[in-house]
Design a protein around this ligand. Structure first.
Ligand SMILES: C[S@@+](CC[C@H](N)C(=O)[O-])C[C@H]1O[C@@H](n2cnc3c(N)ncnc32)[C@H](O)[C@@H]1O
Length: 254
């Protein structure tokens, strides 16, 4: 997603609400427990960081967006949690080696322009006996179809894009860093009052949708938006409202 510049753009809180169940799932899968040091890479507004803190983890949250990092800090204060905040991209992250029992990234390190470096830094931060956890979208389902339509209006990436939807590619990436990855496919239910309401929400609040909309004329945007609506409606499982499943991969490397 080369066009994505500013994850602080728009009201990320709306997207975070949709993703919150995955943050809980990752924290549970990692078995975060009292006193463990947890590193949340690409924390956004703090979903996974806060879930880990609620389980007694000592949390460090990392994100390149100062606005989202500040929101993580505000939410932590409101919940009485102390979270260390570091402004950095994953590929530039400088945290002490072997310092974290859990190193996790919920739909975040997948946006790194340097996945090898980013994953290498995550693996280096993991303490002996610890775990690295990453979630990444599969290129399947109605939301992926809508995102693929959005990408038609984005500049092509330089070189081959990373294959975060491919378990073999992910396993090879971890193997390069001497770690074995266990990868399972899971599904995030996404519900809304209608496909149109979900799309309007994305167009108003999601930074990728906002960035493309800003960069295109109405003539270019309107057919894209119509195609995205059709793609979302095609996946709808709820005749009275809107419900789709968004498949994703959960990678755990120990
Ligand atoms: C879809 S949001 C997910 C946020 C959060 N983990 C959650 O589950 O709500 C993507 C996040 O990745 C962050 N991000 C973008 N590029 C990144 C990079 N190179 N390294 C680490 N995080 C990055 C963004 O700032 C944003 O917070």
């Amino acid at each position: 997603m080369a066009v994505m510049e500013d994850w602080g753009d728009g009201d990320y809180g709306r997207t975070a609400e949709l993703l919150a169940p995955v943050a809980e799932r990752v924290v549970e899968a990692c078995g975060v427990s009292e006193g463990q040091h947890v590193l949340d890479v690409g924390c956004g507004n703090g979903n996974a960081a806060l879930a880990a803190a609620r389980r007694g983890g000592r949390v460090t949250a990392v994100d390149p967006s100062p606005r989202l990092l500040a929101e993580t800090g505000r939410r932590a204060r409101r919940q009485g949690a102390e979270i260390e905040l570091i402004e950095s991209a994953a590929e530039a992250m400088e945290v002490p080696a072997s310092s974290a029992d859990v190193v996790m990234s919920v739909f975040a390190v997948i946006f790194s322009p340097e996945p090898r470096e980013a994953v290498g830094r995550m693996v280096r931060a993991r303490a002996a006996g610890g775990v690295v956890a990453i979630t990444s979208w599969r290129e399947e389902g109605a939301m992926a179809a809508a995102a693929a339509i959005l990408r038609r209006a984005m500049p092509a990436p330089d070189g081959p894009p990373p294959r975060w939807d491919d378990p073999d590619w992910i396993a090879a990436l971890f193997a390069e860093h001497g770690t074995r990855a266990e990868i399972t496919e899971e599904e995030l239910p996404v519900a809304a009052t209608s496909a149109g309401d979900l799309l309007a929400d994305l167009e108003a609040n999601h930074p990728a949708w906002r960035a493309v909309r800003r960069a295109t004329s109405a003539e270019e945007w309107d057919p894209l938006s119509a195609d995205m609506l059709l793609a979302l409606e095609a996946g709808n499982r709820d005749p009275d409202a809107f419900l789709i499943g968004s498949p994703y991969l959960l990678t755990l490397a120990r």
